[in-house]
Design a protein around this ligand. Structure first.
Ligand SMILES: [Zn+2]
Ligand SMILES: [Zn+2]
Length: 131
């Protein structure tokens, strides 16, 4: 894959952010360095980068796609209210192969475990609603 300067900057900014941004959120950041870039260009580059396996595309049922510059195997927790995505520390010795009890002959080499919950901000909002 040919790395254009734009694509390099998009990749660089995505890797720097730990927030798993949506394309729109990343666009706001990239725009500061590339004032003339369009949202369509950001979208296109994110698709290409994810096809090339250089970034991960996160799709959680019906929500806006998010992107992760960290392609090492790790788990996510998703806030069911605001859609915020955070990395989850996993137990190092538990790899995908050992998590699958009955893999019916498959050789497992990768897997995605997703947790759902409420982020600290939404928990506060919930508490306020109750009180
Ligand atoms: Zn939340
Ligand atoms: Zn992540």
């Amino acid at each position: 894959m040919r790395i254009t300067n734009q694509r390099e900057i998009i990749l660089e900014e995505l890797r720097r952010l730990k927030s798993h941004p949506t394309a729109d959120e990343l666009y706001e950041v990239v725009k500061k360095r590339l004032p003339r870039i369009s949202i369509a260009t950001v979208y296109r580059n994110l698709e290409r980068l994810s096809e090339a396996g250089m970034i991960h595309k996160l799709e959680y049922g019906g929500r806006q796609k998010r992107f992760d510059g960290d392609v090492t195997p790790h788990c996510h927790v998703v806030c069911v209210k605001c859609g915020r995505v955070s990395d989850v520390e996993t137990v190092p010795e538990v790899d995908a192969e050992h998590l699958v009890v009955d893999s019916r002959g498959y050789k497992i080499f990768d897997g995605v475990i997703q947790f759902e919950g409420l982020c600290p901000k939404c928990q506060l909002l919930e508490e306020k609603k109750i009180n």
